[in-house]
Design a protein around this ligand. Sequence first.
Ligand code: UDP
Length: 478
Amino acid sequence: SKHISKPHIVLFPFLAQGHIRPFLSLFSRIRRRHPDLTITLVSTPGNITIIRSILPSSLSLNFHPIPFFPESHDLPPNADTTCNIPFPLIITFFKASESLRPAFENFISTLAGPVYIISDPFFSWSVEVSHKYNTLHSIFLTSGAYGTTVWFSLWSKVPLGLIPSVADEFQLPEFSDVTIHISQCSKHMLEADGNDQWSTYFQRQIKYFLQSDAILVNTVEEFEVIGLQMFRKKLFMPVFPIGPLFHSAYLLTKNICIAEWLNTKLPGSVLYISFGSQFMIHAKAMMELAISLEHMSHPFIWVIRPPLGCDTKEKFKTEWLPEGFERRMKLDKKGLLIHEWAPQVEILAHAATGAFLSHCGWNSTLESLTHGVPIIAWPLSADQFYNSKMLEDMGLGVELARGVMADLKRERVKEVVETVMGENKKGKEMKMKAREIREVMEKAWNEDGEEGTSMKGLNDFFQFAAKKMTDKQDIAFS
Ligand code: UDP
């Protein structure tokens, strides 16, 4: 009989922080379980430089750099990571990223023995490379099961005008108990006719996605019960929940001023505000938010990014905020503005943090709930709308505003912050629910005693993969 040697694991994250970080965390988990496997991360030189700066060097991860020569001349020359992409060009970037294919294929072709590709869904075209070289192909979904299912359902049905009852609210055809409001569909989705850039990109991605051998999901079985049920109903391949996986890049001790500031605050009193690594809110809403914060009793930490319309990389300008705002906030220790990359996980882990005003990117959502912090949601795009919906349905958050053009009102900010952070019935229930979910998240990776479901998910994936590879080789030999 044939001897199957140890697999070579190839990690292939998309070129964005929100994707790379959970992949690094996945790497650490695999490394812990399988100290002797070769694991290689394939990415562009720019991203590998970033990864090297955030990953402790003691961990044994190989890197395979592949150059990125996008054919589109619209993209800036250093465009090998979303950090350097102006937001309006993001779809151009998504599409251009497929130009990595020859270099990726070239790398896979050099590998001997069994190979398990763990690809980002944005690179699901790698399934064709996998078929060609008879490797195992899996996708590590860095978004949630519920959000992704709704997102896929909608993109498979554009133009949405074809849904008979498309009005303000409509039901998802396969999931009649899920009601979506038009305002929860991004502009590109509403305008999509099936032949535009967005539709063709996502539909292609979904097509490849469905050809993969298995899906790993950054979620927890007991947390996303309904989402996983829906996801499994839509897919024909095994789904392994292996979350929460996130990477904390900093030690708070390295950010002494933030730690010291938080240490002076009462438990659960601080509102943490961030809209992720790519999204921006518009100038008027930014002003209104600042005014609301100034009038509120809760202290806050706000990760400031330029308002919509500015260059993503633009340095902080005082005119984005009310006159003297930062100085006043500093003076009475009311608010801390962070102008650079914030140590988000550490802020959420601090006992003083009581709520997170978030765009509901999936990483932020998981990081918040893992630390028992309820969410004040302001979804801006894509699956964020459905993450926010799920949080509300589960009693883990309240939606404050919706979409980049939301007309934010200070009265509403006050009301929602009071609901989530205050001592009222709803607030208390939400905090209790958030603590319950924190326990669920904590148990997911249990090794001792009762094995956690994510631990089991990862073990099951490896068993599945070994069996699948044997089958593939049997077919290849027969
Ligand atoms: N993040 C961070 N500091 C920042 C901004 C973002 O550490 O100042 C991290 C955050 O902890 C999360 C990721 O970047 O892990 C953002 O991912 P998410 O899915 O929440 O949103 P995206 O940026 O992809 O929209």
